[in-house]
Every structure is written in structure tokens, then in C-alpha cells.
Design a binder for this molecule. Structure first.
Ligand SMILES: [Zn+2]
Length: 314
């Protein structure tokens, strides 16, 4: 639990929730405090930790929003620890972070309501929790990126890993946006490339997100196992790394995150624009020719020099 990427106060809260250490009405009543132990929100049972955070109808209305939840915790009389263990078994660290940040948000809102503070709707409680999670992860990623040494040029991936460089091209003239994808192996040799004309004119960020999606799709067709995705949009890289699904590119990022599950391992990183020339050229090619095209193995002649330049540094 201490490894989760969640704010410290929520980590402490999660610990207390699992250790039966939250001041619920039931626990206060048991300690001799003169207070009614029943739930002040639904009045349908004692306010235990599991009631307050999971089984209370007010909590359920929030949990309804968690559509990608890996387990079904509505059934049975599971407590917070049981649920956390099941998520650890069947889900990812991100699922566990979602679970704890949301329980914290539910708890916080309950206390607001009890103290007659403004009441948030269930979807607001959910949205606040997810925003908190994304903001926190975004801050960690930004800090991490600042500490990275600068990359000098394009670098080939390690053996058994494939590098997917992607780029998006978009114009102000309303012409359809396009994306370019190139996949190379550890010697810098092109495995596949693709130029795609998109179905509409998108904003820059959405186009970059769609470029990531195109890269994942091509790697999926090749059944690659370990991949590194690289592009020159820091915003898109951070969105994927933090699982942030806000803004216009949100739905595309969300879809990309699901698609990434197919790989044995994956990583996404930022690369300076000057070093992403091959993917850029592929995106431009689609725009110039208005054609979508895929190359498997054989490099297109007009891409030869750019590929050779990157390869010379391997
Ligand atoms: Zn209740």
C-alpha cells in the first residue's frame, strides 16, 4: 500500500480504513460516546467503515461510476481490506489507487454532509476523486521528467523490444489530420510503417493521441510483446503516464490505455521534435498524398535517408 502513487493523507486514510481505525458512528458508540450508531445518511444500518465507504446507498451511487472496476464488490458483505485484496489479485496498482482515492472522497463528502456543508452529487464525488488522482500522478510524472537526462537523438530499443515512433500532423486550413507510425527493432531496422489520413480535422492534442492509438494498433497487428512508444508531445505522454482522461483527447487516451493491456510490457516517453523526423515524415506523407498506407518490412524509398540517419547512431 505504501508504494501506491496517492497523496500521503490518503495513504494514511487507507491504512486506517483497513485497520478499522476510522471514527465512524458505530465505533464512537462502542467507545461509549453518546451518539446513535446508525448511518446518518441512509438510516439503514449501523455506520461501520464498510457501510460508510462501500455498502451505504450513498456510497453505492458513487461506485456506480467505476465502470472499469476489475471485481464485483457489491456482492457479499466485503469490508475495505477484502476488497483491496481482491483488487490486488485481479486488477492493477491503478485500480487500487482508484479504490482508495474514491473511498477517501466518499468519506470526506460524508463528513461534509454531516456537518451541513454543501452536498456533492455522487458523480461530483467520483469526478473529484479521479481528478485528484490524475493531478497527483501528473505532478509526479512532471517531476520525474525534469530529473531525466536529456536524450541525444533517436536511440534504438534494447534487444527483444520494439520502438514505436508516432507523430500527428494537423493544419489550420481544415484539411483532415493525419498520423505517422514507424516501428523499429534493436538495430534500428524498420519493421513496419504506416501513414494514415484521419476521418476529420482534429486539434493538435487529439491528433497526437490518435497517433499513439495508430502506433498501438500497428504493433498489435504484428503481435509485438515489448514496446516503447515515443513521440514529441509531452502533454500526450503525460496523459498516458498519469491515466488522465480529461479534455478533448481524453476518450482517445482512455481507449489507448485499454489497448496497451495487450502488451507484455510497454513504456511511453517523450522525444524532442528534431529526433522524431521519420514519424513526422510519415504523417506528412499521408497529408500530401491523401492516402493511407502501410509498409511491412520494405522501407519506402523516400524514407530511406531519414531511417539511415537514425540507424547510424545505433
Ligand atoms: Zn448508510
Amino acid at each position: 500500500m505504501w508504494q501506491l502513487k496517492i497523496p500521503a493523507k490518503i495513504r494514511v486514510f487507507a491504512w486506517r480504513a483497513c485497520m478499522n481505525g476510522l471514527p465512524t458512528r458505530l465505533s464512537l458508540e462502542n467507545k461509549g460516546v453518546r451518539i446513535k450508531g446508525s448511518c446518518p445518511l441512509c438510516e439503514k444500518g449501523p455506520e461501520s467503515i464498510k457501510h460508510a465507504l462501500v455498502h451505504c446507498s450513498k456510497a453505492w451511487e458513487v461506485w456506480w461510476s467505476w465502470q472499469t472496476c476489475p471485481i464485483n464488490f457489491g456482492e457479499g458483505n466485503l469490508d475495505v481490506t477484502d476488497i483491496a485484496m481482491q483488487i490486488m489479485e485481479k486488477g492493477s496498482a491503478m485500480d487500487l489507487e482508484i479504490f482508495f482515492i474514491t473511498t477517501w472522497s466518499i468519506w470526506y463528502n460524508r463528513n461534509q454532509v454531516v456537518h451541513e456543508q454543501p452536498y456533492l452529487t455522487p458523480s461530483q464525488v467520483w469526478d473529484n476523486a479521479q481528478r485528484l488522482r490524475c493531478d497527483y500522478k501528473g505532478a509526479i510524472t512532471a517531476n520525474f521528467l525534469r530529473q531525466q537526462p536529456p536524450v541525444v537523438g533517436w536511440a534504438a530499443p534494447p534487444p527483444d523490444t520494439f520502438k514505436i515512433n508516432v507523430d500527428g500532423a494537423t493544419t489550420v486550413d481544415g484539411k483532415r489530420s493525419s498520423v505517422g507510425v514507424v516501428i523499429r527493432e534493436c538495430r534500428g531496422i524498420m519493421v513496419a510503417a504506416r501513414s494514415v489520413v484521419l476521418n476529420a480535422c482534429y486539434d493538435v492534442e487529439t491528433t497526437e493521441a490518435l497517433a499513439i492509438e495508430a502506433g498501438i494498433l500497428l504493433a498489435g497487428e504484428l503481435k509485438l510483446h515489448k514496446v516503447i512508444i515515443e513521440l514529441d508531445s509531452l502533454i500526450a505522454v503525460q496523459a498516458v503516464n498519469s491515466g488522465s482522461c480529461h479534455g478533448t483527447m481524453g476518450p482517445v487516451i482512455h481507449g489507448a490505455l485499454n489497448l496497451l493491456n495487450q502488451f507484455g510490457s510497454w513504456k511511453i516517453q517523450h522525444l524532442k521534435r528534431d529526433y522524431n523526423k521519420v514519424a513526422q515524415e510519415l504523417a506528412q506523407y499521408a497529408r500530401r498524398t491523401d492516402l493511407s498506407q502501410t509498409w511491412m518490412g520494405n522501407e519506402p524509398p523516400w524514407l530511406h535517408n531519414l531511417l539511415l540517419f537514425d540507424r547510424s547512431k545505433c
